[in-house]
Write a protein that binds this ligand. Structure first.
Ligand code: PLP
Length: 281
């Protein structure tokens, strides 16, 4: 037993039963007309401010405002009973014009397993670029995840743990719930983000604040030539890719430990940026 109690707070209402169907009858919720953040809780909320920054950017894309201080209070209230040493998933959700709520839940077992390594397959995502149009909600973390979930189901149906989206030109974009990072010739790389269907991840940004990460277009086959590939996201941290489309990917355990330390918050601030790194081309 982890001692973790699932909880749900509804904005403007307060705590409700953890299993209350807060958004089930809510039209914007049903249509995915909203945005959210998923954060890791591990002896405190990991990178709360980076998540709130993106939450605010998502809100702006949806034409609404979120009150940062109020959501900080909600996040702290819903997680205040998470025991030390226990990991939990905190989710902040806004359905536009509907219910706004925060939940804390156990980190899914599949996510924890993924930290030891995942087998992924590539799936086409179609469009190569996303035009700069406000209605396309680029860079917002929208709750319209039906395609992402369907991609994960397809990966599972074909015996894989995860997927890597490629665009119409055959270049890697991201995973359905993670960014892609790889290392080649001792250098960290990630696919370009601007104007493409890639969410600016907080975990990738945390890594890029400590090591230099360069944006480089890459085809799936080229990922296999390097020293390792990782899927980065808040709950999993850094999951090393062990196979892509059935072909083995090399795994660098030291690099995985370094990334996990940064991604899971255990190395936050412990090592200064090695090269002033922000993501750049
Ligand atoms: N890309 C997508 C589509 C995601 O859903 C996520 C996280 O859920 C990420 C990237 C990684 O973002 P973060 O590191 O902020 O969790």
């Amino acid at each position: 037993m982890s001692g973790l109690r699932s909880r749900t707070f509804v904005r403007g209402v307060g705590e409700v039963a953890a299993d209350a169907p807060v958004a089930a009858a809510d039209d914007p919720g049903l249509r995915g007309d909203g945005f959210f953040e998923t954060l890791l809780v591990r002896d405190g909320i990991v990178r709360l401010h980076a998540h709130l920054d993106r939450f605010e950017r998502s809100a702006a894309a949806f034409g609404v405002r979120v009150d940062r201080r109020e959501w900080t209070g909600i996040a702290e209230a819903v997680t205040d009973a998470v025991p030390p040493g226990v990991e939990a998933a905190l989710r902040l959700t806004v359905a536009r014009g509907g219910v706004e709520f925060a939940t804390v839940r156990p980190v899914p077992a599949s996510v924890l397993r993924g930290r030891a390594g995942v087998r992924a397959l590539t799936l086409p995502r179609g469009t190569a670029t996303v035009p700069d149009a406000p209605w396309l909600l680029a860079a917002a973390k929208t709750s319209s995840y039906a395609v992402n979930s369907a991609a994960l189901r397809e990966a599972a149906r074909r015996g894989a743990d995860d997927a890597v989206f490629v665009d119409a030109g055959g270049f890697v974009l991201e995973a359905p719930t993670a960014n892609v990072l790889w290392r080649r010739d001792g250098r960290w790389r990630t696919p370009p983000q601007a104007g493409r269907a890639v969410l600016p991840g907080t975990t990738l940004a945390a890594v890029a604040a400590q090591v230099e990460v360069t944006e480089v277009p890459v085809r799936p086959g080229e990922l296999l030539d390097g020293e390792g590939v990782w899927l980065l996201s808040s709950l999993r941290g850094a999951a090393p890719l062990r196979a892509l489309d059935g072909r083995a990917v090399s795994v660098d355990e030291d690099a995985t430990a370094l990334l996990a330390g940064i991604a899971l918050g255990t190395r936050c601030g412990s090592a200064g940026p090695s090269s002033g790194g922000t993501i750049g081309g």
